[in-house]
Ligand binder design. Structure first.
Ligand code: PMP
Length: 287
């Protein structure tokens, strides 16, 4: 089945969808994105992703691409047209193209944003073999720019981090700045010691994960202790367990950090419980 994608108001076969070579997303990385997961053919945490998109656009002086209602309708239509039961919807919004290359932002009156959405079919998103096994991570320097709270498409360093992890026989990398863990290449990072969940507080240093917000609320509702503070990779290595959160992997247990096994080397009880609670609630609230 040819995938149907959305480009600037049109639903097209992916082979016919086109964006200008002068698009600022391509030339300057001048674009933001969101990823919303789909379970049972329904959208997970859509509201959170839509609100964060608005914030990212606003922080970069970009115009709203379309209304929240239109966005929801486009997401739903793509899920339906591509027959997605479990998977992901990617949404990319760039500052558009004024037909040439220039550092200066084009006039928003005449240059409209480029908006692209596409789906990925992922049949084992919830019942994921990777989550049953747990992830091995390495730590690397965080050399990204200083506005990581804006979800831009500048994903080169996260890609390089995942390649470094792969080369080291691991699954992913956590990023270290000034001696503290910021987050994972594409997820928020946590460790658990004596039942207490520790994660870095929100700031411009990390992406404000939509899954993070839900998981922290659910952890507190389940009477788990949560502490937001800076932490080192050594603390995480000595922890009972660790995990990451993201819209595309939900709660992912971590079983090894820089070659050091955590606990018995299998997913920890708190990470497993949080994954279950999160998936349960996500399915109930899906739209
Ligand atoms: N941090 C980074 C750097 C990310 O790329 C992501 C995934 N987009 C996250 C955290 C997790 O955010 P969310 O739960 O909204 O997917």
């Amino acid at each position: 089945m040819t995938r149907t994608v959305y480009v600037n108001g049109e639903y097209l076969p992916e082979t016919e969808a086109k964006v200008s070579i002068f698009d600022r997303g391509f030339l300057m990385g001048d674009a933001v994105y969101e990823v919303t997961s789909v379970l049972d053919g329904k959208l997970i945490d859509f509201e959170g992703h839509a609100v964060r998109l608005e914030r990212s656009l606003n922080e970069l002086d970009m115009q709203p691409a379309c209304s929240k209602e239109e966005l929801l309708a486009i997401h739903r239509k793509l899920v339906e047209l591509n027959d997605i039961n479990e998977g992901l919807v990617y949404l990319q919004v760039s500052r558009g193209s004024n037909g040439d290359r220039d550092f200066v932002f084009p006039d928003p009156e005449t240059t409209k944003p480029t908006i692209v959405l596409f789906t990925q079919n992922k049949p084992n998103l919830a019942d994921s073999p990777a989550a049953r096994k747990g992830a091995k991570i390495i730590s690397i320097d965080d050399i990204r720019w200083g506005r990581r709270d804006i979800k831009t498409v500048q994903l080169l360093y996260p890609s390089m981090g995942k390649m470094m992890a792969k080369a080291a026989g691991a699954d992913d990398a956590w990023l270290i700045e000034d001696g503290h863990v910021t987050e994972g290449t594409s997820n928020n990072a946590y460790f658990v010691t004596n039942g207490k969940i520790v994660t870095r507080p929100l700031s411009t240093d990390i992406l404000h994960g939509i899954t993070r917000a839900a998981v922290m609320r659910l952890a507190e509702e389940a009477q788990m202790e949560v502490e937001e503070r800076l932490f080192t990779i050594d603390e995480a290595k000595e922890a009972d367990e660790a995990f990451t959160t993201s819209a595309s992997a939900f709660v992912m247990p971590v079983i090894e950090i820089d070659g050091v096994q955590l606990g018995d080397g299998t997913p920890g009880p708190i990470a497993k419980r949080l994954r279950e609670i999160y998936l349960d609630e996500a399915r109930k609230k899906a739209i």
